[in-house]
Design a binder for this molecule. Structure first.
Ligand code: SF4
Ligand code: SF4
Length: 391
């Protein structure tokens, strides 16, 4: 019988691509784009649906402002715009699940728990997910509103719960989530305490194999051995997966804040983490190995991941790996696909969903992947965010 640590290992490996013999593979070596191909057959697109994740930004709104926030590729001004229409989210999901081999759907934000469906306590989206028991659903939250009521609703059928914590030390957490000091410290303290209470509750549900406690590692913020040690110890205490993400500079001037694999992995090894011998410990822009696993005693299998936008190998490979990002239109009445993270290209899906036109809908998804096959962001040094938010 499978135990919790086996299922935890499987879950940590679920988003990591490996060869049949279990070795890490450079995704840029086995792709159509290196042969100059920039279009897909219908069959190739259907195959892609079987391996890509559909990722909804349910709302651009958030209750904190992280220094590293990419806002899922949109500009910061959009943080105050409307949330996604619940009916459209459900209908689009059903059209894809019923007509393609899609297996994974992620709900993210902004902060997804601020979507009116959650705030009003209707939970239509969460209840709807229960009608597709074979699909992998994931929720990615900053855990401030990941409260017992919500956790109880998702703990059985969701495959993954991502909790973006970044630090278990209040002063560091506050420094990282209070960009430009926009929130009073007292309000931040309440949010932090709520987040920690929620983690305690989740830890008592015996679902640690599904929970990824996430940290975007930034130089001078949370990259010290003291910080990393406290984070790893908390993951072990709660029996969660530690997940470290490489910081993606939103502005070229933030590049020095990035901590590369070699430096981070050395620190993690000194703290007791163990990496398989074939784990890449470099940041070569000509290879793309986005996710690797590691072990830390007492915690579930860990994960380190890199986005790598702008690097040659990443841009050539991303049509075959990157999530299909779906976001609400400005007025919240429609949904669009955002193929490239750093460019503001939008492909409107609203009419195809409303008219129940699956053929056109699938054509728009194919178009978005073919756009990515052109590697539109290759060489980009930043994410084209508004200058006024640069710091
Ligand atoms: S929790 Fe997520 S959406 Fe909110 S500010 Fe932080 S990174 Fe951005
Ligand atoms: S093409 Fe765009 S989304 Fe893809 S890796 Fe490059 S910058 Fe990122």
């Amino acid at each position: 019988m499978e135990n919790e640590s086996d299922s935890g290992k499987q879950e940590a490996e679920a988003t990591v691509r490996k060869s049949a013999d279990g070795r890490y593979v450079d995704l840029s070596k086995d792709i159509l784009t290196i042969h100059g191909i920039t279009s897909l057959t219908e069959e190739q697109m259907i195959d892609l649906f079987g391996k890509l994740r559909l990722r909804y930004s349910l709302t651009p709104q958030c209750n904190i402002w992280c220094t590293f926030c990419s806002n899922e590729g949109s500009n910061y001004t959009s943080k105050t715009l409307k949330s996604a229409d619940t009916n459209l989210v459900i209908k689009l999901s059903e059209m894809l699940l019923n007509n393609t081999p899609l297996k994974s759907i992620d709900f993210s934000g902004g902060e997804p728990t601020l979507h009116p469906d959650f705030v009003k306590g209707e939970f239509r989206i969460v209840e709807w997910t229960k009608t597709y028991p074979k699909i992998r659903f994931s929720l990615h939250s900053n855990a401030i509103e990941l409260n017992p009521n919500l956790v109880d609703r998702i703990k059985s059928n969701f495959s993954r719960i991502g909790a973006s914590i970044n630090s278990v030390i209040f002063d560091t957490w506050n420094k990282m989530t209070n960009f430009h000091g926009i929130y009073p410290e007292k309000a931040q303290r309440k949010k932090f305490d709520r987040m920690m209470e929620n983690l305690e509750y989740i830890a008592n549900q015996n679902i640690g194999h599904k929970v990824f406690m996430k940290s975007v590692v930034m130089r001078g913020f949370n990259d010290s051995e003291e910080e990393l040690s406290a984070f790893l110890d908390a993951c072990a205490k709660y029996n969660f997966h530690p997940k470290f993400l490489q910081f993606d500079p939103q502005y070229a001037s933030q590049k020095p804040l990035q901590v590369g694999r070699k430096e981070l992995f050395s620190k993690l090894e000194r703290l007791g983490c163990e990496f398989p011998e074939d784990v890449p410990k470099h940041n070569d822009p000509n290879t793309y190995i986005p996710g690797v696993n590691f072990e830390f005693s007492g915690a579930q299998t860990g994960l380190h991941s890199i986005f790598g936008c702008g690097d040659k190998a990443t841009c050539l490979s991303c049509y075959d790996f990157l999530c299909m990002f779906v976001k609400p239109s400005e007025d919240g009445r429609g949904l669009y696909l955002k193929p490239c993270s750093v460019l503001d290209t939008k492909i409107d899906l609203t009419r195809a969903i409303e008219r129940d036109n699956t053929t056109q809908l699938l054509g728009l998804f194919k178009l978005s992947r073919e756009y990515l096959m052109l590697a539109p962001g290759m060489g980009a040094q930043d994410w084209h965010k508004e200058k006024k938010y640069e710091s």
